[in-house]
Ligand binder design. Sequence first.
Ligand code: IMP
Ligand code: MG
Length: 173
Amino acid sequence: MTPPGRTLISSRRIKRRIRELAEEIRVHYRHREPLTVIAIMHGSLFFFADLIRLLPAKLEIECWNISSYKGKTSTGTVQGLQSHKRSYRGRYVLLVDDIFDTGLTLDSVIRHVKTLHAKEIRTCVLLSKKVDRSKEIVPPDWVGFEIPNRFVVGYGLDLDQHYRPLPMIRVLD
Ligand code: IMP
Ligand code: MG
């Protein structure tokens, strides 16, 4: 199968950037524990797995199935939060997502985790699209790459569930 579109970010660049991000994240959490790292599935699957393996082992992980996209457009509503109800009182929480687009997904997850009393909530995304967002949307704390406002697939990101296994990020034409 010929992969669709063209390569925007090679797997080598992704690897290198994740090492840098992990170093910054390690420094931040050096004296902050206990830590729960939450993967926003499925898009962050590979990013999450590669990132946490470079962090100190004494952390707890969770995978949340959250979705808002159908095809190439955001549906505007985020589904899948209500089943997560445990308390994070006294815990540091790091949310890991594949891509920051409208910001609605992470904003909804942050607001939900706040109601569960986390001590601190930080966010890390592999990609962030260069788009105008409303002032209320808080930017992620760590961003791997800023990319143009185009639809991308690969390294976990999908178009209707396809292309997630590609090792690089590709932009569809
Ligand atoms: P947001 O809520 O608009 O910030 O979108 C975040 C979610 O939409 C991400 O976690 C992705 O699952 C999905 N998404 C946004 N842009 C893209 C894209 O270009 N390719 C694949 N998925 C995307
Ligand atoms: Mg997603």
